[in-house]
Write a protein that binds this ligand. Structure first.
Ligand SMILES: NC(=O)c1ccc[n+]([C@@H]2O[C@H](COP(=O)([O-])OP(=O)(O)OC[C@H]3O[C@@H](n4cnc5c(N)ncnc54)[C@H](O)[C@@H]3O)[C@@H](O)[C@H]2O)c1
Length: 459
């Protein structure tokens, strides 16, 4: 099939590349000339394990193309996937300006190309416009209306939310737990099912449903995952208040098969380009439809509090004025396996530390460039994790990259000015940290002091 991906970001680039890998002719379109130039030159604008090699292979095979020429990309495609961003606007609503701008472009381009204008339509030839971006329920109808305002040509609409996870995006797309397709007619459903068949050969389901339900599936899924994270973080705070250990609580609780053990890790709260904005968009859908969403509001509030509570631990130790202090930060990306720092807790934390006068020395295996775009040059970006802690008053762990899981604690202790670790990911055992001579703060567990291994409770 001839496919155009609109938006060559984390979703468009990965899904476009994977679709070309099964033999389709895929054109990735973007308005960002520098991205397209980099891709044409054999580079990759995002960090995603395995992606660069896969792009190179499919480009060489002549199946994967990159362009900024919207009209040509839209006119030649049988299926157009809209994969542009849907960030929160200042009210927490999903900002649809990129989606609707793409719809206008599509309408104009297909109007200028040959094609059927109604009457007897060969369903196999009608262009399908698929909204893959995460959008509020009802958006597909807006997209359809915007396109139809530009042209009489026949086209079909579909919703196909994406569930890939950054860091494991290729594996997720190639072997999805499920594919969700929302459409209005059987022909469109059949053609999209055909496209996805190679990815579900092991029997995972393709669910075909109405468009509004498909749009809702994505928000409901992300809201559920965010709820799990806020839930365990609230439990962690109760554990801290009462001297319980959230890791023990987690183990005891998660062995109940009705609960399960996935996505119930306490930490700094959820971040990234999806959960924060999608929870807010769901809340806004409630407000718009006068449907109360107290649970989702609490999920969001708990998440905000979680970041503040962690910063409060740091300030309880050092005081609010951090001028003259140097704080080392391990991990900037919102999770391991990606360079995405959108809504990352590390960014909130580093911004706060800088505002309070601290010097920040940060290390992330892949996210310095993306962090720099938000924080500028003020944090000192260190190429090596041990270089980051040199002379620092404390180490803060923000992302659970593998290389942080078993550091050489002798080096850490020697290089830090004072052996203090704030662990936002519960990577280490408190008793071992006390034995190794650290004062150690984590999430939902007792803080331990260096000298005696005595525990102290910090609320
Ligand atoms: N990132 C994820 O892990 C993930 C997972 C599932 C779903 N989603 C959803 O997918 C959508 C895209 O997310 P993303 O992270 O890939 O975004 P992104 O910001 O990485 O990429 C969006 C791209 O669209 C381009 N663009 C904007 N307007 C355009 C236009 N008119 N024509 C062509 N290109 C245009 C931008 O230049 C950018 O390169 C969002 O709705 C998001 O919620 C994201």
């Amino acid at each position: 099939m001839r496919i155009t991906m609109v938006g060559t970001g984390y979703v468009g680039l990965v899904t476009g590349t994977c679709l070309s890998n099964t033999g389709n002719q895929v054109t990735c379109l973007d308005v960002d000339q520098s991205k397209i130039d980099m891709l044409k030159g054999g580079g990759c604008p995002i960090y995603e394990p395995g992606l660069e090699e896969m792009i190179r292979r499919n480009t060489r095979a002549g199946r994967l193309h990159f362009t900024t020429d919207a009209a040509a990309a839209y006119q030649s495609a049988e299926i157009i996937f809209i994969c542009v961003g849907t960030p929160s606007d200042e009210h927490g609503r999903a900002d649809l300006k990129y989606v609707l701008a793409a719809a206008d472009d599509i309408g104009r381009a297909i109007n200028a190309a040959p094609g059927a204008t109604g009457g007897d339509v060969d369903e196999r030839r009608a262009k399908i416009i698929v909204v893959k971006s995460t959008v509020p329920v009802g958006t597909n109808e807006k997209v359809r209306d915007r396109i139809a305002a530009q042209t009489d040509k026949v086209f079909r609409m579909a919703s196909n939310p994406e569930f890939l996870k950054e860091g494991a995006a290729i594996a997720d797309f190639n072997k999805p737990d499920r594919v969700v397709i929302g459409c209005e007619d059987k022909g469109t459903g059949d053609r999209l099912r055909d496209l996805y068949e190679p990815f579900v050969r092991q029997g995972n389901p393709i669910f075909i449903m109405d468009i509004r339900s498909a749009e809702m599936v994505k928000y409901a899924s992300n809201a559920m995952l965010a709820t799990k994270i806020s839930f365990i973080n609230e439990v962690a705070r109760l554990c801290e208040a009462y001297g319980a250990d959230v890791d023990e609580v987690r183990r005891g609780m998660c062995s109940d098969s009705r609960i399960g053990n996935k996505f119930l890790y306490p930490g700094l709260g959820y971040g990234g380009s999806c959960f924060p904005k999608d929870v807010l968009a769901c809340i806004d859908m409630g407000t718009t439809s006068q449907t109360d969403t107290p649970l989702l509001r609490a999920v969001h509030d708990v998440n905000q509090q979680q970041r503040r509570a962690f910063i409060a631990k740091l300030e309880a130790h050092f005081g609010a004025n951090l001028s003259g202090r140097t704080i080392a930060v391990w991990g900037i990306a919102f999770k391991p396996g990606t360079d995405d720092v959108r809504e990352a807790p590390s960014i909130t934390l580093m911004q706060h530390l800088l505002d309070r006068g601290a010097t920040v020395r940060a290390h992330d295996p892949v996210a310095h460039e993306t962090a720099q775009r938000i924080l500028g040059d003020e944090p000192v970006y260190c190429d090596d994790m041990y270089q980051a802690i040199e002379g620092a008053d404390a180490l803060v762990v923000c992302t659970d990259w593998d290389e942080f899981k078993h550091p050489d604690f002798d080096i850490v202790r020697q290089r830090l000015r004072s052996p203090i670790v704030f662990d936002g990911r519960n990577l280490y055992r408190p008793e071992s940290m006390a034995e190794a001579g650290f004062t150690y703060y984590s999430v939902g567990r007792k803080a331990v002091t260096a000298d005696s291994g005595q525990t102290t409770v910090h609320i």
